[in-house]
Design a binder for this molecule. Structure first.
Ligand SMILES: [Cu+2]
Length: 380
């Protein structure tokens, strides 16, 4: 074949080849764009509910040095009944595999989650699979907000006409294991007007109030399609913090009687909702930690910081998280104070410009004086 013939062959074949390949290339390009250049993933978590002695003030009392009357009157009793800060509780913790023998080390970025369960995170289009082991003596479940699930993965017990094996996820007995499958469709991700990620949470929903007051609650973050870095964080964010403004009503915990007995207090019955009798048992925490015990939330000047905040589910859980020294954008508005109602969620974006150590606290006076106080640090 001489050069001329070769050229003729090329001129015939190349357009034919292009004709054949172009639609395939276009299709591949389109689907890559649609999924943001990353294929849908299944995120597998091994999460156990387990009993612990939880100290609401592991490093000491009033570490933020906020003068408040209860501290002086009751000898440092503010925020935890009778001066004690240690309670038997049930919490969610992550394990490395299905043997549930090796606890998974918490990423240093998420040490501040405190009592909260492990962070579950995914991107729109992904699937979340949680192998759940109940290591407590209670009936337990995991019920997620915002995600898509069938009755077998709702994790909540009520009369919905569904029976038997299809509802097993709503009451996992002591020692039992159950696998929840949660989908992450578009409607679980950021809506019009949201940033690149949204906060949800999961919690026990066998007897919801008692479960959450016992400690069974954790966070979920969902990124918009195609907006995640390889480590799962949003591409337009440098640092993230999750803070649950959570009152724990120890009089409405599964361990109320056990804790009274541990603390050598006489047994007592509190009428459900009695506002006065339960007062000494309300503990005003951020992520289950009081009075500046939350590990300092640290960022550098100029970093793009996303704060996710939510409230727990007691009627006392009406909170106003407030930053000193900085401002943020939430709901497209400039603010330094967020409003949360029970199980409410909020996101705020901050570019810290004012180096220093600053107070981050609930602006509800009873809560502030009761210990719902943390510090955050902005490095130069
Ligand atoms: Cu508050």
């Amino acid at each position: 074949m001489d050069l001329c013939e070769n050229f003729e062959l090329q001129t015939t074949l190349v357009p034919l080849l292009l004709l054949f390949l172009c639609p395939i290339l276009a299709l591949a390009q389109r689907s890559a764009a649609e999924i943001g250049g990353s294929a849908p993933r299944t995120h597998l978590y091994y999460i156990a509910a387990e009993e612990v002695l939880w100290n609401y003030a592991p490093h000491g009392r009033n570490l933020a040095g906020v003068p408040h009357p209860e501290t002086e009157e009751a000898g440092g009793a503010a925020g935890a009944s009778g001066g004690t800060s240690t309670y038997l509780k049930a919490i969610y913790r992550e394990y490395t595999d299905a043997t549930f023998l090796t606890p998974k080390q918490r990423d240093p970025r998420w040490e501040h989650l405190g009592i909260l369960g492990p962070l579950i995170r995914a991107e729109v289009g992904d699937t979340i699979k949680v192998v759940f082991r109940n290591k407590t003596k209670l009936m337990c479940s995991m019920h997620p907000h915002g995600l898509e699930y069938g009755k077998d993965s709702e994790g909540a017990l009520y009369l919905d006409g569904v029976e038997g094996s299809a509802k097993k996820g709503s009451f996992v007995p002591p020692g039992g294991t159950y696998t929840y499958i949660w989908q992450v469709p578009e409607r679980s991700g950021p809506g019009h007007g949201d940033g690149s990620s949204v906060l949800w949470m999961y919690h026990g929903h066998f007897m919801e109030g008692k479960d959450i007051n016992s400690g069974l609650i954790g966070p979920i973050l969902i990124n918009a399609r195609g907006s995640s870095k390889p480590d799962g964080t949003p591409i337009d964010v440098d640092r993230e913090f999750i803070t649950a403004f959570a009152v724990f009503d120890e009089s409405n915990s599964w361990y109320f009687e056990a804790n009274l007995s541990r603390q050598k207090k006489p047994p007592m019955t509190i009428r459900r909702g009695d506002p006065v009798a339960r007062l000494p048992f309300l503990i005003y925490t951020i992520n289950g930690l009081i009075e500046g015990n939350l590990p300092a939330l640290t960022m550098k000047k100029g970093e793009r910081v996303r704060w996710y905040m939510f409230a727990s589910s007691n009627d006392d859980d009406v909170h106003t998280p407030h930053w000193h020294g900085e401002t943020a954008i939430s709901n497209h508005m400039r603010t330094d104070t967020i409003q949360l109602t029970p199980m409410g969620m909020a996101t705020a974006d901050m570019v810290a410009d004012n180096p220093g150590t600053w107070l981050f606290h609930c602006h509800n006076n009873d809560h502030f004086e009761g210990g719902m106080v943390a510090l955050f640090k902005v490095l130069p």
